[in-house]
Ligand binder design. Structure first.
Ligand SMILES: [Zn+2]
Length: 112
């Protein structure tokens, strides 16, 4: 599977190269270092999300911890409610790509 063999720092670098050097959820920039950056799964693994790069985004540790296992749609709504500025368009785009990858490779049936 794409990215499955990559170490975490490289997976994080891929997500940042794709989506920008900011938290996917609160849009806080990772300005000086990536110490506060972590890999978050769009669809939580617990809900059937695959460990593929298509399911990974860069999130700050605060968002990652606060989110828990909330679905991406519910967590996006909560971020907006908390006054953050996540991009709904980017999320929709990422989810479409994820679903395309799942349809292509199969094997994941529990993704919401
Ligand atoms: Zn954040």
């Amino acid at each position: 599977m794409p990215g499955a063999h990559l170490p975490r720092p490289q997976r994080l670098a891929l997500a940042i190269a794709r989506d920008g050097a900011r938290c996917f959820w609160c849009a806080h920039p990772f300005e000086h270092s990536l110490a506060n950056a972590s890999i978050d799964h769009l669809v939580p693994k617990l809900k059937g999300g695959p460990a593929w790069t298509e399911n990974e985004v860069a999130a700050c540790r605060t968002c990652n911890a606060k989110r828990g296992h909330l679905s991406p749609g519910l967590w996006l709504a909560e971020c907006i409610q908390r006054g953050r500025a996540p991009s709904r368009e980017l999320l929709v785009q990422r989810l479409l790509l994820l679903h395309a990858a799942i349809n292509e490779r199969g094997g994941q049936r529990r993704v919401e």
